[in-house]
Design a protein around this ligand. Structure first.
Ligand code: HSE
Length: 434
């Protein structure tokens, strides 16, 4: 008799409902491509309204209010964790692995914080633990790094890996939307995390970058070790000045090996020149640019958030595990071995170009004094524009692009400038993409 692969779903929110639809509506395609049927046998959520939605797509699924019942069931081979958060999800995934169930999760926070021990537990129990949907939604970045490019040495991985932030910055730039209005639209579209603070402060991208650093560089990095700045610091004036200089502001995540051998890991908004493909990645789209020693540049782009794209990645992992089960070969594709602790470059040692926005007194000698102080610190100006602010008598804004400088030197110079009478508010700094 044909073997059936049985799935138990924990968490029936936006992505969970998307998965129920995908498994049900694409059952024939999935069966043909897998070589066996894949059936959702049970789904759990505390919220009865969500279970009603599952029932509206597929009446054959056993509906439960306790996710911890799913790993105990005999009619479940693969447990899908879409609960989110760390503590409860951690307990659930451990119980599933201990019960020798294979696991698919989209939970980047969980894997970034607890991945080392969870992957070890999966190995001990001979189980697969897949997580393609945890990074960049529908873009198969995990598979590309650990399978397609497995033979290469990675030089850099950089990209836009938070759809909500990119959606907000794009709406502000393209439609003149206010920050709060754009955030609300991103939440309504199902892009944002349950706690959108994680999106707008860069935390979500930090979780994803920690996973990328593990895969591409064998680094065991905790999100707290990654210098992280959110898009909440971007002012509409910065978007306008950036545009006039020929740039757009994008939420950037970078992982690269620098000459000292350290890893340069960071998450922050960045000015991206119009000539860079990342400048054209708009809305909830994500993109990941990979540079490998042998392969050269690769550019992957697609929807990084939302129900259907993310559920497609989850379903792809289920198909992969199903193939492993049918071949009797679980753990065929493994999380890359971690090479241990690696030095992370302090931001002070970063060599970059910068955008600076000064609020200054509109008085003679201010500009000369400002550029003199930057010059004395070895900071060279590439472009500059000054506007007298309307409505703020006696003040002006000076926007500057610098040539490459060491961030520690630049920050020391800005701190000294902000202590003088020259500026009327703290100077604003945004890095320019390298
Ligand atoms: N909140 C995330 C984002 C969802 O906006 O990218 C996908 O991880």
């Amino acid at each position: 008799m044909e073997r059936e692969i049985r799935v138990g779903l924990c968490g029936c929110g936006v992505i969970g409902e998307g998965l129920v639809k995908a498994l049900h509506e694409h059952a024939d395609i999935i069966r043909a491509r897998t070589g066996a049927p894949i059936r959702l046998t049970a789904a759990a959520d505390k919220d009865p309204a969500r279970l009603d939605l599952v029932r509206s797509h597929d009446t054959s699924v056993a509906l439960l209010d306790d996710a911890f019942e799913i790993p105990k069931r005999d009619d479940v081979d693969i447990v899908v964790e879409l609960i989110g958060g760390v503590e409860v999800a951690d307990r659930l995934v451990r119980e599933a692995l201990q019960a020798k169930k294979h696991v698919v999760t989209a939970n980047k926070a969980l894997l970034a914080e607890r991945g080392a021990s969870l992957f070890a537990l999966a190995e001990t129990n001979g189980c697969d633990l897949y997580f393609e949907a945890a990074v960049a939604g529908a873009i198969p970045v995990i598979r590309v790094i650990r399978e397609s490019l497995a033979s290469d040495r990675f030089l850099s991985v950089r990209g836009i890996i938070n759809g909500t932030s990119n959606y907000i910055l794009s709406s502000m730039a393209n439609e003149g939307a206010a920050f709060e209005e754009a955030l609300k639209a991103a939440q309504e579209a199902g892009f944002a995390e349950a706690d959108p603070t994680l999106d707008i402060t860069g935390g979500d991208a930090g979780h994803k970058l920690a996973l990328i650093a593990g895969l591409a560089f064998g680094a065991h990095v905790l999100p707290s070790q990654i210098p992280t700045e959110g898009i909440d610091q971007v002012d509409p004036r910065d978007i306008q000045y950036a545009r006039n200089f020929g740039y757009v502001i994008r939420p950037l995540a970078v992982a690269q090996r620098v000459d000292s051998g350290a890893l340069d890991l960071r998450v922050h908004p960045a000015l991206v020149p119009q000539s860079d493909p990342l400048a054209h990645v708009d809305g909830a789209l994500n993109a990941v640019a990979i540079q490998g020693e042998m392969v050269g540049p690769s550019f992957l782009s697609g929807l990084g958030a939302g129900a259907a794209p993310t559920a497609t990645s989850v379903a792809g992992d289920i198909v992969d595990i199903a193939r492993n089960l049918l071949a009797g070969a679980p753990m065929r594709t493994w999380y890359l071995p971690v090479e241990g602790e690696q030095r992370i470059q302090p931001l002070a040692d970063l060599s970059s170009r910068y955008y600076l926005r000064f609020s200054v007194r509109d008085e003679s000698g201010v500009l000369a004094s400002l550029s003199g102080k930057l010059g004395n610190a070895g900071i060279s100006i590439e472009k500059m524009v000054q506007d007298v602010e309307s409505g703020a008598e006696g003040t002006a804004t000076i926007a500057i692009l610098t040539h490459r400088a060491r961030e520690g030197d630049l920050r020391a110079s800005l701190a000294a400038i902000d202590e003088t009478h020259l500026t009327t508010a703290p100077t604003h700094l945004i890095r320019i993409v390298q």
